[in-house]
Ligand binder design. Structure first.
Ligand code: SF4
Length: 365
């Protein structure tokens, strides 16, 4: 038996969905998820089809590639064009369109861009290429940031001076505060990001329940995890409770992973950060601490021209949960996973890519 089977058991899913139907009744419920893993699972397992039509999923800013701004891609390309410099990137990021080119197109035009699975791999590559400056494109949320912090700490310990970090790392609580405090936000309940919470815990999200009065559940990523989380949220709403509950107890504690938090704090400090669709949010990003500025690539890009979004692309609206991917006029026409016009069509965790890939799955389950 596969370890995941117990979380994908259709014989359990059906009564669970029935239980949600009976708890929620006819009440309309808009549930936002803010993790690309949840978005992909919702479509892959056709969970919307199992629920009453009155319960609707909204996809928030939870895909790290999607929320990385066009300006960051432009700066990375400017750095990659410099002599004896290599830009080191996660794979998906190189396909995100910049103002004029993607990193993949810049590489085809002669710039040095290498793909790595981790910051630690990029660090080792830098050690073996001492004649080049290696700039690692640090994107992602707390889940990834702690691993990048570990690589930076190692670079400092070994004094690898040709390894640098260009940071667009983001922290989730500040972004959710900005998004959900907006009077246009129309969210009844929130599925909190399980991976992020495994690092920082559920406590940093308490303000959503207590100040903003929105019920929250930290969810795992299997179909039964998500259905159980929807059931817990429905109960909170019906009982007029606003709490942060943890469904994903096998991975998440309220206080999170203290060692991971410590290494992030040791290497990084809060900075203002630009999010695609949300703009600049104070202290919602992580930058390299001033004492490690020798490893910070922020100054290498110089001044780049103001960035431009792809014409017609509505990724910002998708990331705010204002529209569904199918409502973008480019969806499935000018914009496909093979030829993405916007960031949300690049990664499998992007809402547009998930809808594109799994829209037919509803009929197969
Ligand atoms: Fe952007 Fe493409 Fe999604 Fe439209 S379909 S919002 S262009 S990623």
């Amino acid at each position: 038996m596969n370890v995941f089977d117990q979380w994908r058991n259709a014989a359990v899913a059906k009564p669970l969905a029935e239980s949600i139907r009976s708890i929620a009744g006819e009440r309309p419920i808009r549930i936002m998820e803010v993790c690309g893993g949840h978005t992909a699972a919702i479509y892959r397992f056709a969970l919307q089809r199992m629920l009453p039509g009155t319960i609707q999923f909204l996809h928030g800013p939870g895909c790290p590639v999607c929320v990385t701004g066009t300006d960051f891609i432009d700066r990375a390309i400017a750095i990659a064009r410099a002599e004896k410099t290599t830009v080191a990137s996660f794979g998906d990021l190189i396909r995100v369109p910049g103002s004029t080119l993607s990193l993949a197109e810049a590489r085809a035009a002669g710039s040095s861009v290498e793909v790595f699975y981790s910051a630690m791999d990029a660090l080792e590559w830098a050690v073996h290429h001492p004649d080049r400056t290696v700039v690692f494109l640090a994107i992602g949320f707390e889940t990834t940031a702690c691993t990048i912090a570990a690589a930076l700490s190692e670079a400092v310990r070994r004094q690898v001076k040709n390894f640098r970090i260009l940071s667009a790392m983001k922290t989730m609580p500040g972004a959710l505060h900005a998004l959900l405090s907006d009077s246009r936000a129309n969210v009844d309940a929130l599925i909190l990001p399980g991976h992020v919470c495994s690092v920082i815990g559920s406590q940093p999200f308490e303000f959503i329940a207590h100040e903003l009065r929105i019920p929250c559940v930290v969810s795992g990523f299997e179909p039964l995890d998500i259905l159980e989380s929807v059931r817990m949220l429905s109960c909170q709403l019906v009982e007029h409770r606003c709490e942060v509950e943890i469904q994903y107890r096998r991975a998440v504690k309220p206080s999170g992973n203290v060692a991971a938090q410590q290494i992030m704090e040791q290497m990084f400090e809060p900075v203002d950060m630009t999010w695609r669709g949300l703009g600049s949010i104070p202290a919602s990003g992580l930058g390299v601490r001033r004492e490690y500025s020798a490893w910070d690539a922020a100054s290498l890009a110089g001044k780049t021209a103001p960035s431009k979004e792809p014409p017609g692309c509505r990724c910002g609206d998708v990331l705010r949960g204002s529209i569904r991917p199918e409502e973008c006029s480019l969806f499935r026409k000018a914009c496909t996973p093979d030829r993405p016009r916007g960031a949300c069509m690049v990664s499998s965790e992007g809402a547009c890519a998930a809808v594109y890939q799994f829209a037919g799955a509803e009929d197969e389950h």
